[in-house]
Design a protein. Structure first.
Length: 127
């Protein structure tokens, strides 16, 4: 049973991060082809990407309950999502990432660590 929990403890964050990467492409990837794709085609492209993203996200959250708190999983998903938005913006769309943006992303990583490392009062008393 312990081995299974260790596997889930690894897979859940990996699935959430992959989910964020897919969502970033769904949200912004079509903008690279804004002149070539109609709104309908861009929407179809985005929805085709979102379906596997939702499957990953929902599966990860369901598997993660009991190992992670919902707020921890949300922090993993949202903060990695912001990082992937920056990566897609930079590498796919050519947006310049400034020092201010790097500092902001660094603060998001710090926030994710703080949220993930916090334990409920009951758990702290038991330790």
């Amino acid at each position: 049973m312990q081995k299974r929990n260790r596997l889930r403890a690894f897979l859940v964050p990996a699935m959430l991060v992959l989910s964020s990467a897919i969502m970033a492409m769904a949200w912004l990837g079509h903008l690279k082809y804004k002149e070539d794709l109609s709104f309908a085609m861009a929407s179809l492209f985005a929805w085709l990407l979102v379906l596997p993203e939702y499957l990953l996200n929902v599966s990860a959250i369901r598997w993660g309950v009991g190992i992670y708190q919902p707020s921890e999983m949300a922090a993993m998903n949202l903060s990695s999502g912001i990082v992937f938005i920056a990566m897609v913006s930079h590498f796919v769309l050519g947006e310049e990432l400034t020092v201010q943006k790097y500092i902001g992303f660094g603060l998001m990583i710090v926030a994710m660590i703080l949220i993930s490392e916090s334990k409920p009062a009951e758990t702290k008393k038991e330790q």
